[in-house]
Design a binder for this molecule. Sequence first.
Ligand SMILES: NC(=O)c1ccc[n+]([C@@H]2O[C@H](COP(=O)([O-])OP(=O)(O)OC[C@H]3O[C@@H](n4cnc5c(N)ncnc54)[C@H](O)[C@@H]3O)[C@@H](O)[C@H]2O)c1
Length: 249
Amino acid sequence: MDLGLKESTAFITGGAGTLGLAMARRFVQEGCNVVVCDTNQDAIDAACEELTALGGQALGVRADVTSKDEVAQAVQKATDRWQKVDVLVNNAGFARDSYLTRMREEDWHAVLDVTLLGAFHCSRAVLPLMMAQRYGRIVNIASRAHLGNPGQTNYSAAKAGLIGFTRSLALESGKFGITANAVAPGVISTPRMQQRPDYAELTERAKSNTPVARLGDPADVAATVAFLASRLAGFTTGETVHVTGGRYA
Ligand SMILES: NC(=O)c1ccc[n+]([C@@H]2O[C@H](COP(=O)([O-])OP(=O)(O)OC[C@H]3O[C@@H](n4cnc5c(N)ncnc54)[C@H](O)[C@@H]3O)[C@@H](O)[C@H]2O)c1
């Protein structure tokens, strides 16, 4: 199936991380140019090397999404190279878990800022470009944790907030040919998770508590993001698609 992404430009925040790089691989397979935006320069370099080896066009930009100036510079580098941004994936994010009674105020701010302020700066930086070309796709990476999870009040609040952000942005920008959707992954088997001492137990538990009876794979998330970022998804906006193997159902 041709997703119509050839010669498009996708800007992925956190693009050098596990899920971001899986998305970048998928975009490159579709013939889409990729901007890998991240704070980790070594990871950016490794990601771009891999994407280029796959035959893709990748541009690495080091930027902290919580900085308006760094985001503006990163988007400028993308347009210097490709003159446009068709797809924005607000994927940069992390958890800083602890029960609320013990949560440090800085961990509250860090998680909300990378998720919400990051999406705010990045979306505002690309929207004028998308509005001018009357076309754009914004995909925000939330989490099943938006439903609530003990130890994750900051992360759940941030991801639930990102879903609200997505819905409002969809309502504001549809008339410009721009869609905004969220993807909410469940438990995904990442290299970090595979190093956990209880990984075997988590794998077994997924077989019993997940309808599709396995952990998620980064490629599962990337496939859903690619569809929402594609030309095919032009009449789908304001949605949250759960990639949880049915655990949302
Ligand atoms: N892995 C999962 O199981 C899972 C499940 C649900 C949701 N998510 C969400 O998916 C997204 C990606 O997660 P991941 O598992 O790939 O994590 P990851 O840590 O592998 O990747 C995140 C990337 O974001 C970058 N980053 C962090 N802060 C940044 C900032 N301020 N500006 C720019 N880049 C920054 C990091 O350097 C890293 O490369 C996150 O938003 C996460 O909340 C992940």
